[in-house]
Design a protein around this ligand. Structure first.
Ligand code: NCD
Length: 310
């Protein structure tokens, strides 16, 4: 198929199609091969990626930087903005246009929903959304679905459970929408009632023809799941600290929990975890969050950079 990503912003999963996601997956496979056999290449030699993160990040930031470097691109890494003109009151628009004078592509994370889209409107170069508030985290959804796709032949046969903070977790918002688009027919959202999935997301998921079960009881559903995608309760989105304390440990996945799961279920997590999966679970072969899921973050971001910049 012709490359629909070339020269374009990457802001949401809403504009993706089965075919365009397949293209990213094919490229990602090749990137995996490239990293494993050669380590790097010069496909993006002469290009520069600016990464500006107004919010903390470990994996998304480092995997973007790594992805650019493995493809031979230069980098402008800005993890945090306190030492930049943002501290002097510079607007998002001006900061973004400044970066566009140095770099060929920008990846941006910001605490406000819609901020990356706002920046994109003024940007001279393509922008990739690396997370905007509680709204979306589309590149995470790509690496997550790539991981699932590598384990299962037919997504339409799967029952996928998402657990934790459905209300504030941007990874779950992008992932739920993308899974439904890719043909997953059964989604289970497991959360305390206070952290239920927003209607905006459930509506979008149902529009794609998927069925949703919402519950606060993991034990009731764990045996039915092919994928369990865990998330932390998003402390920084709470106004009431006591409420956070009350909800943060609602679900803790232990080896005992894993005994109730299918032998072929995979356990995922975008990370960071703050206690919701105990360390003993890491040794379970079904725990893919430790290496595989994170490595896929590098391969898929390499693929995306290539597709946008080639
Ligand atoms: C997530 C995020 O920033 O939304 N982290 C990530 O990018 N892997 C999840 C989280 O912070 O809980």
């Amino acid at each position: 198929m012709p490359n629909p990503f070339k020269g374009k912003h990457f802001l949401t999963v809403d504009t993706l199609t089965k075919a365009s996601v397949s293209l990213i997956f094919e490229e990602s496979k090749q990137m995996e091969e490239l990293v494993k056999t050669q380590g790097s290449s010069d496909i993006l030699k002469g290009k520069i990626l600016a990464a500006i993160f107004y919010e903390p990040s470990t994996r998304t930031f480092t995997s973007f930087i790594t992805a650019a470097q493995r493809l031979g691109a230069g980098i402008v890494p800005m993890l945090g903005v306190t030492a930049t003109s943002v501290a002097k009151g510079e607007t998002i628009e001006d900061t973004i246009r400044t970066l566009g004078c140095s770099a060929d592509i920008i990846t941006m994370r910001h605490p406000l929903e819609g901020s990356v889209k706002q920046a994109a409107k003024k940007s001279y170069v393509p922008i990739i959304n690396a997370g905007d508030g509680t709204a979306e985290h589309p590149t995470q959804a790509i690496l997550d679905t790539f991981t699932i796709h590598n384990h299962f032949d037919r997504l339409s046969d799967l029952t996928v459970g998402l657990i934790g903070d459905m209300k504030n977790g941007r990874t779950t918002h992008s992932l739920a929408k993308l899974l439904a688009k890719l043909g997953v027919k059964r989604l289970v959202f497991i959360s305390p009632k206070e952290l239920a999935m927003p209607t905006k997301i459930t509506t979008a998921v149902k529009k794609e023809g998927a069925k949703i079960l919402e519950t606060d009881d993991l034990n009731k559903v764990i045996g039915d799941l092919d994928v369990l995608y865990d998330t932390r309760v998003q402390k920084e989105r709470f106004i009431d600290e006591n409420k956070y304390e009350e909800l943060k440990d609602t679900y803790i996945i232990t080896p005992k929990t894993m005994k109730k799961a299918k032998k072929k279920m995979i356990l995922m997590h975008p990370l960071p975890r703050v206690g919701e999966i105990t360390y003993e679970v890491d040794d379970d072969p079904r725990a893919v969050y430790i290496k595989e899921q994170m490595r896929n973050g590098v391969y898929t971001r390499m693929a995306l950079l290539k597709l946008i910049l080639e």
